[in-house]
Design a protein around this ligand. Structure first.
Ligand code: SF4
Length: 484
């Protein structure tokens, strides 16, 4: 299936195509004649949004460096500036458009600079059209399924073509793309792309397409290579990891993948994001069986009201969710939970919001990403009648955050005096006199120590707790791989 190319204003529309039932798997090869296209030029990728975007940013950097572009010291210095965008919320989208708008004077002063936009916003037809028609400073727009075409697209721009837009719903899976990982010891590993769930508020199935799983052997090869290069932690990424492999005809695919990942001997395995509807008991058993599968789970619930969940098309009830949490806590006593919650969904009553607070009281999450409902054009919920004022929504959000903060602090207090294993990520960003890193429970810990190395795992005694971070000190003599 061919891509959609728009070179406005000559062509009127960018077509969107249907997706093949099973994705084609192809291997990437850098065209020989493009391998030094970036010689002497610098690049900067500004990434917004979720881990999937961060991973795309790593791939874009890898592609550019294979073409001999080098990283710029700052956005202003870059010969090529790429905005890797997120479309999940309207406000965030407007913010990005504002930032792209601000580039106009820079482009006027330096017309030789190349400005490109990619990510989920580059998959929305209306946005793509606006970017090309109203933002003359933008040279290139390419969608989430078109990363592998970046070398040819840049060649076209550098030869003088301007205002190119390429995006498609095409479902190819491209293996062997180069990447430049942000941290050599911590890897995002895509296991699938897209989502089939069609929650009524969510734009992802429209921007990232239907679910396509990578082949298990390709995923494992990537993990083994990462481990051989000194990698410690992998984060398996997908919009709904529990459905991994269904499109390939696999039964219980995610559990099999999780077990195979654990058998590689990698130190730590996390996965994002889980869907309560597809969670299987065998996955819980794998979490129990393998110490390397971290006992922290991000399990979005979105609402505690059955009626709101029904209108969201989430496919489970509040009781189903509670049952799943109970089952996991019974089998894995130290497990920690985080979640996503939306307030002010169209039609949400006071009682229904109270049901969300009740669910928070029941589950006592360690933290939560909380959002006011954001209507995304093209999704069913954007057409639902929304009777709530912004003030009411903000009030509910505040109440919800306060409630979550209570449990976050209470849960964190319980770690004081315990020793946790922390993967050191170097000096803390806010306080350079201490190190920071994440525990197996996914707690962010700031800790004192001497001569500690980024990428190593240390035992850290927890000495203090805040709502969302812990303080501690590396325990002398308990360093995992060597003496402190
Ligand atoms: S599961 Fe629902 S919220 Fe998550 S990506 Fe899919 S459609 Fe969006």
């Amino acid at each position: 299936m061919k891509k959609s190319i728009v070179n406005l204003p000559d062509q009127k529309s960018a077509g969107r195509r249907n997706l093949k039932a099973i994705a084609e798997h192809l291997d990437f090869e850098m065209p020989q004649h493009l391998s030094d296209l970036g010689e002497g030029r610098s690049y900067y990728v500004r990434t917004y949004g979720c881990q999937a975007n961060v991973r795309d940013g790593e791939t874009i950097s890898g592609l550019l460096e294979e073409m001999h572009f080098h990283p710029a010291n700052s956005e202003e210095d870059a010969d090529l500036l790429i905005f890797n965008t997120c479309a999940i919320r309207k406000a965030a989208e407007d913010h990005v458009l504002g930032e792209i708008g601000n580039l106009k004077p820079l482009k006027t002063k330096h017309p030789e600079k190349i400005f490109a936009v990619c990510g989920c916003m580059a998959q929305e037809e209306g946005i793509v059209r606006d970017l090309i028609e109203k933002y003359p400073q933008v040279d290139l727009v390419f969608g989430t399924h078109n990363l592998h075409e970046l070398p040819e697209l840049l060649e076209a721009v550098m030869k003088g073509e301007r205002r190119i837009a390429v995006y498609s719903e095409e479902g190819k899976i491209i293996e062997g793309l180069p990447s430049r990982r942000i941290k050599p010891y911590k890897a995002f590993v895509n296991i699938m792309y897209g989502c089939d769930k069609f929650c009524t508020y969510c734009i992802v199935p429209y921007t990232r397409g239907k679910q396509r799983s990578r082949r298990m052997e390709d995923i494992l090869r990537e993990i083994r290579t990462f481990k051989e290069q000194g990698g410690r932690e992998i984060q398996l990424l997908g919009q709904n990891v529990n459905a991994y492999g269904k499109d390939l005809g696999m039964e219980d695919g995610f559990t099999k993948l999780l077990e195979a990942c654990a058998e590689t001997g990698i130190d730590r395995i996390r996965f994002y994001t889980s869907h309560p509807r597809d969670y299987s008991i065998t996955t819980i058993e794998a979490m129990q069986k393998y110490p390397s599968v971290m006992k922290s789970l991000h399990l979005p619930v979105q609402s505690g009201s059955d009626e709101v969940l029904r209108r969201m098309n989430r496919g489970y009830t509040s009781a189903d969710y509670r049952h799943l949490v109970d089952e996991m806590k019974a089998r894995i006593p130290d497990i920690t939970f985080t979640t996503d919650l939306i307030v002010g969904f169209p039609g949400e009553t006071d009682e229904q919001f109270q049901e969300t607070l009740d669910l928070v009281d029941y589950c006592q999450f360690d933290s939560a990403f909380t959002f006011i409902f954001s209507a995304r054009e093209g999704t069913p919920a954007a057409k639902f009648e929304d009777h709530l004022s912004q003030d009411v929504k903000k009030e509910r959000l505040q109440m919800l955050n306060d409630r979550i903060g209570l449990y976050a602090k209470k849960n964190n207090d319980a770690y004081v005096g315990r020793t946790l294993k922390i993967l050191c990520e170097g000096p803390s960003r806010k306080r350079t006199d201490v190190f920071s890193g994440y525990s197996e429970e996914n707690k962010l810990v700031n800790f004192a120590g001497h001569d500690l190395k980024e990428g190593e795992i240390y035992d850290v005694l927890i000495t203090g707790a805040k709502s969302y971070t812990l303080d501690g000190e590396a325990v002398s003599g308990h360093l995992e791989n060597k003496e402190i």
